[in-house]
Design a protein around this ligand. Structure first.
Ligand SMILES: NC(=O)c1ccc[n+]([C@@H]2O[C@H](COP(=O)([O-])OP(=O)(O)OC[C@H]3O[C@@H](n4cnc5c(N)ncnc54)[C@H](OP(=O)(O)O)[C@@H]3O)[C@@H](O)[C@H]2O)c1
Length: 414
């Protein structure tokens, strides 16, 4: 049932008409904990727009690991963090990926119009940040935040508030849920693989991809393959092997065949020999996949603590270990002797700027990169989808939840 103040999901107001309230999935501080319980559906006011903002009528949302962290309230309490900066809301209406229709625009918006079908990338920065205004990479600006994690009113809202520069055209050949599932991971993976010149993927380059069947990893496989590199996938499950081969990997390594992972032991201690033996065996497994004694010119990292010593060891001379997370822990160890003697680079990377999001979106529009939609859930399953992710039980690729698109398969026009 609809009214001018609140519409049911999928029940569209006239284009451009903004109701007072909306459905949204929220976390509140008194239910921080397991995502299945922390995320709950509520009705909240539709937010006001700033002059450079857009309101997106969300058709489908992607599910990302950052909102597992938001549910846990760890490593930061995003609600308290925003309140310290003066924002009044005592809830987190998250979601960092979506497809939808531009429903309203701020006074200064020129790049999109009401009615445009868009996907939204998750790099957010203050429009008046002097660093941004100077024309330098906004992802390095002090004001940069992750949309729908560090900002409120993300894609788990019926109407999401984003900055207009975050919008990219929706690939016409994709359904709403295919289009809503990929941009955060794809743009992050693109910056990791192509943003840190001269360590970028070139034809024939071997690239080691940890967690290759995950959201980030699957996008890395697709991008490396589109750029004619050779992606070596690492997984921990036989069922993921076929997925990786189907999405661009030249071969797959099962990390369960090795037991040297974890923090690197003291280089002078008795356990170091076992570590180095395991790391060498892992390097040999890479050679076997590649069919030659070649080392990865890029190691695509995100597990962090558990895998970094191995990543540092197997990376090629002059190569780069590029990392965007520490899912297994933050206290990392690295054998510096290999690092300096072989002149390797250890590069942090985070989300993407507009150009990088546009570049990877073009690869999707050109059908060179598949969004790797794994499974589509309903709006009311947003908490469950995060729970699957927290327990590493989620299906390979990127998950989506329907928001205003009430039936899967809608939205593709080409
Ligand atoms: N900074 C950024 O811009 C950014 C952007 C996107 C995501 N992230 C972060 O990146 C991480 C991964 O995100 P995602 O979306 O790819 O998550 P995901 O879909 O859950 O994939 C993570 C993968 O990591 C692998 N993994 C789990 N435990 C591991 C271990 N002990 N050793 C090696 N691999 C392990 C798993 O694969 P196997 O078990 O098959 O090996 C899993 O598929 C999260 O922490 C997320 O918050 C950061």
């Amino acid at each position: 049932m609809s009214s001018s103040d609140l519409y049911d999901l999928g029940d569209r107001p006239p284009l451009g008409e903004v109701p007072g309230r909306m459905h949204a999935f929220l976390v509140r501080q008194d239910r921080f904990g397991e995502p299945a319980k922390a995320w709950q559906r509520e009705v909240i006011p539709v937010p006001e727009l700033g002059p450079q903002d857009v309101l997106v009528y969300v058709m489908a949302t992607g599910i990302n690991y950052n909102n597992v962290w938001a549910a846990l309230g760890y490593p930061i309490d995003v609600i308290a963090d925003r309140q310290k900066k003066g924002e009044p809301e005592d809830f987190h209406a998250g979601g960092s990926d979506c497809s939808g229709i531009v429903w309203a625009v701020g006074d200064e918006v020129t790049n999109v119009r009401v009615g445009d079908e868009v996907v939204v990338h998750s790099g957010w920065w203050a429009p008046d940040d002097p660093w941004v205004l100077s024309g330098r990479d906004p992802m390095l600006a002090p004001s940069t935040r992750i949309w729908g994690y560090q900002t409120n009113y993300g894609s788990y809202c019926q109407f999401a508030r984003a900055q207009s520069h975050q919008c990219q055209p929706k690939p016409p050949h994709l359904s709403w849920e295919q289009a809503g599932c990929y941009l955060l991971c794809a743009s992050t993976a693109y910056r990791m693989l192509m943003g840190w010149s001269p360590n970028v993927v070139e034809a024939g380059d071997p690239v080691l991809v940890w967690g290759a069947a995950g959201g980030l990893g699957s996008m890395a496989l697709e991008i490396v393959s589109a750029l004619e590199g050779r992606a070596v996938a690492v997984v921990s499950d036989d069922a993921k092997r076929r997925f990786c081969l189907d999405h661009g990997a030249v071969g797959v390594i099962d990390r369960r065949n090795f037991d040297h992972f974890g923090r690197m032991p003291d280089t002078e201690g008795p356990d170091y020999r076992d570590f180095i033996k395991g790391a060498r065996a892992f390097g040999k497994a890479i050679w076997e996949v590649l069919g030659e004694r070649a080392s990865p010119t890029i190691v695509f990292e995100h597990p962090g603590e558990s895998t970094l010593p191995t990543s540092g060891f197997v990376c090629a001379t002059g190569g780069m270990i590029v990392i965007c997370a520490g899912t297994t822990g933050y206290n990392v160890t690295l054998d510096l002797r290999y690092h300096w003697m072989m002149q390797k680079r250890f590069q942090g990377s985070h989300l993407s700027n507009d150009e990088q999001a546009a570049a990877v979106n073009r690869l999707i529009i050109e059908k060179k990169v598949d969004p790797c939609l794994s499974a589509t859930y309903s709006f009311d399953e947003i908490g469950e989808a995060h729970q699957l992710m927290r327990e590493n039980r989620h299906p390979s690729g990127n998950m989506a939840c329907l928001v205003n698109a009430t039936t899967p398969g809608q939205g593709a026009s080409a």
